[in-house]
Design a protein around this ligand. Sequence first.
Ligand code: SF4
Length: 391
Amino acid sequence: MIISILLKQHVGVACEPIVMEKQIVKKGELIAKPTGLGANIHSSVSGIVQKIENDVIVIDAFDEQPEEYEKIKASDDYLELIKEAGVVGAGGAGFPTHTKLNTNLEGGYVLANLAECEPLLNHNTQMSTINPDYIVKGVKYIMEITNASKGYIAIKPIYKLAIDALIKACEKESNIEVKLLPNMYPAGDERVIVREILGITLKPGQLPLEANAIVSNAETLKNIVLAIEERKPVISKDITVCGRVKNAKGGKTFFDVPIGTPAGYLIDKCGGYIKPYGELVMGGPFTGNHCTEQSPISKTSGGILVSMPLPKEVRKIGVIACECGANEDRLEEIAKQMGTEVVASKKCKRMIEVNGRYRCEKPGVCPGQAETVLYLKKQGAEAIIAGTCEG
Ligand code: SF4
């Protein structure tokens, strides 16, 4: 199989390759290093580097793959192990974890984000149900690194099996508790987690650090534990495949998919498409982006979604963007695939500009959009596409 490993799978700049074309690489071998803010990238397979171009290392994977992987350098320093392993925020943000955790939270909080907010995605919840120790140990390691004194595991009440498993895994932990989030989107937004769990309202643009807290996604916690305990680099990703895909009714979870695997391979593994179908999306329904069968899994990929066929009969569209859902570019891209004209675009009225970027004032406390809809209709819109959670 051909594996395509992106040189930019994180916030920051693309990594610099340290391998050459035709070179044989081993599973787990370091193949690219950051040149600034970023994280190490390792080969997810054993194989031959076929080419390096357009910020991608393409590897022709050997048919036989070893179970074992090249371990990262040994160290007693947890942050160093996390850095070596190339751990980044696996929930989509991709911020380098060693940089995020290099702080002192004396008396502060570690919040495990198990909101699994995007509809249809379920790999984090399933992993936490099967392996709740990854979550509890991950929180403990971060508490130790940052001197935080309390850990909370934030999860929605609908995930009953995971909650039971996590409560059991926390039984002997006096400083770690499971706490419930509201059943709404976007409960997984960092500011919503801080507001709901700690009762502190952060302003748009403020980070959880302002509340003396760090928020960490479920799979990031798993990767932290594997880096520290198994010296394992981040070479795989848990993925949910869902939508118009056979045998993926309600979402099919794949654990530890090699990074660089093409999306089409996982769709085939499920038995292929249910026809007719529409767009392929990498990520979830709210924040995912258009992809193709060749698009590779990265450290931040959440799901592979195959949509319903997009309606074609509408000619004029108005769009409403949301900070926590789809933005204008994404909505206009959908409109283009529908073969329609976008006559006007608006942001949700709760979005305000902070340092050149639009942020939501109250994520999840969503207003009605009646005024905006009327405005868009006046501009000639026959239908509205909204990236918002409330239409
Ligand atoms: S208030 Fe508006 S921008 Fe914020 S989450 Fe709700 S719909 Fe999105």
